[in-house]
Structures are given as C-alpha cells and as structure tokens.
Design a protein around this ligand. Structure first.
Ligand code: ASP
Length: 336
C-alpha cells in the first residue's frame, strides 16, 4: 500500500520538470482504488438475520479483495473489475451469474457491461441464457469484436466462436430463485416492476491512472422475456471515462435508462464542473428521486475520490484503496 505514494510523487515531480507546473495541485496522489456494489433495495437491519448479514459481508469482502489484489500487484483496472464482478457472479446470493433472478418463464436472462475509461472502449451483452460469467463475455465483445452490444442467441454464438463454454439453463435455477419467482407470481407483481436486489458492479482506478466500470445482473424477478435493463446499456447503468469518472448503477433499470444515469454523473463533472460527490448527489438524490427512481450507484474519479450513494433503504457496497481505506456496508445507518 505504501508503494503507491512514492510512485505518485515521482509522477508529480516529472510533470513539474516537463511542464513547469505543479501537477500536485491538480492531481493529488491518486494511488489505486476499487469500489463494488452488490445491489440496492430493501436492505434493512430489522429484516436481516445475523447469518444473512455475515454471509453478504463475506461475499462482498471476497469480491472487494479479489479486485484489490489485482490492482496491488500492478494489474489493470479492467482486470480488477472483472475479478470482483466474477466473484459475485459465482456467488448465488447475488443477482448475477449463478444467482440471477428468473424471468416470467423461469429462466435467467442475463445482462452485463464493461467499460474501459482509456479510449474509451466498451463491451456488453444482453438477454443471454447460457453464459456462466456474462462479464467475461462483455469483455470479449469489447476486445475481440468491432461491436459494443451483442444480444441473446447472437451473443451466445459469439461466445462459442471465442471458445467460451455455455452452461445449461438449469445452472441458474437455484432453489432460492425458484421460490422467489413463485412468490412474485402469487403476488402478481407488475411485470415491468418486479423487485430485485443483488445486481453487482465494480469500478476501479489502477496505478496507471486508468478507470474501468463493470456491471452484471439477472434484472428483475418475473420480468417479461426480452426485457433489458440499464446494466448493459453504456451510459445508463455503466460508464467510464478517464477524463472524469467510472460509474456502476443498481436500481430499477427503466428509470436509469430514461435518465441516462451513469453518463449523467460524468457529464455533470465534465460540463458542470461538479465534484464527484456533488454530481452523484444530484443524480441519485435529486434527479432519480424526482421521478420515483429507486436505487443507487458507486463511482470513482481519476483522483481516487469514492462515492457510494443510494436513495433506497440500503445498498450492499464496499470500498478499498491504497491509502488504507477498507469498508463494507449495507444499511443506511452507520455500521461498524
Ligand atoms: N438495474 C437492474 C435492472 O434493472 C436491477 C438492479 O440493479 O437491481 O436490470
């Protein structure tokens, strides 16, 4: 952790020598950092058993540390967000990968996106039903195709072309998600408004100053077949640009799409000259709230500033940086 500071100081000195200005004034020692979320929604202390709480904390910690270790050994922010999101995709308690919620037909239809703040470049997949780790397929779309978004069977054909193995649909039908679907059907939950908690995402800043964002989800329980949320739509649920920040959202996707939430945070910084904290507050607490959009987001800027904000009861979240910060939280009130 202490290795980051001399590197940043050396970079600042070099900038002073090259450009004759004090880079330290405009670029504080950013170091490296990762922020994750495991979904926003009705996450309240009173409704959580100690076992569930411990289990979520362990799942978040494993993902946070997996991503952080990549950054610590000099890896890229892209590899770090993949490592964190992949962990949560394989953990059945989150609504992504193995634990994805089921649609009206009892199948998982998964969405994921990744964005590289350098470039910027992006890749995404939507409505895939046989992909174990959709975030990895999103990365392949970015790295090995001329496209940004591939959907459904076309995306799965591309996965096979790239040598990725597909999994049977039964892989996603966990007992917990089957029970949830039955409950949603019984309650006749509105089709487009079914509930979800547990979408996963990560944003990271690496030693080279590159930002990346990744988000992965099963969407909403009992959703209409073919429904795609904000997660794989670049600018809505996922966005990164080295000039400003990296953002991953979680909440009712329709609201995030209509308000282009992730890009809006970056635009407020770029054109509105807002700080990261002010931009995130404006989008989550003012704009989203004004239309009834419930949820939250995580964001990280090129200076290493971190934001984790939500207007829902809670949000599973965690942050760790090279200055020694490490925290995991889920409720609105202060946690220890
Ligand atoms: N944003 C996701 C979607 O609408 C769901 C969530 O974040 O909980 O697909």
């Amino acid at each position: 952790m202490s290795r980051a500071k001399p590197t940043a100081t050396a970079a600042a000195l070099l900038a002073v020598l090259l450009h004759g200005v004090s880079a330290a004034a405009t670029a504080p020692a950013a170091g490296f950092a990762i922020v994750i979320h495991g979904g926003a929604g009705v996450i309240e202390r009173a409704k959580m058993t100690p076992e569930h709480e411990a289990s979520y904390r362990a799942g978040l910690a494993a993902a946070l540390d997996a991503g952080y270790e990549v950054l610590e050994r000099g890896g890229t922010s892209l590899d770090a967000v993949i490592a964190a999101v992949r962990r949560m995709e394989d953990d059945p308690q989150f609504n992504a990968g193995r634990g994805a919620v089921l649609d009206e037909d009892g199948d998982a239809e998964l969405d994921a996106a990744i964005m590289d703040g350098a470039g910027p470049r992006a890749g995404a997949v939507a409505a895939v039903r046989h992909v174990k780790n959709p975030i990895e397929l999103a990365r392949l779309v970015m790295d090995r195709s001329p496209h940004v978004l591939l959907v459904a069977e076309g995306a799965e054909e591309f996965a096979l072309e790239q040598g990725m193995a597909l999994v049977p649909r039964g892989y996603f039908r966990t007992d917990a998600r089957m029970r949830e679907l039955e409950e949603a059907r019984r309650a006749e939950a509105a089709r487009a408004g079914g509930k979800s908690t547990g979408t996963v995402g990560a944003v990271a800043l690496d030693r080279a100053g590159n930002l990346a964002a990744a988000t992965s989800t099963g969407g909403l329980t009992n959703k209409h077949r073919g429904r795609v949320g904000d997660t794989p739509l670049i600018g809505a649920g996922t966005y990164a640009n080295n000039a400003t920040c990296a953002v991953s959202g979680t909440g009712q996707g329709e609201y995030y799409i209509r308000q282009v939430v992730a890009y809006d945070v970056c635009a407020l910084m770029q054109y509105g000259r807002m700080t990261l904290a002010a931009a995130v507050h404006e989008v989550v607490q003012v704009k989203l709230r004004s239309t009834g959009g419930e949820g939250g987001l995580i964001a990280l800027d090129r200076n290493g500033d971190i934001a984790m904000d939500f207007n829902s009861a809670g949000m599973f979240r965690g942050a760790r940086d090279s200055h020694g910060r490490r925290e995991i939280a889920m409720y609105r009130d202060v946690e220890h």
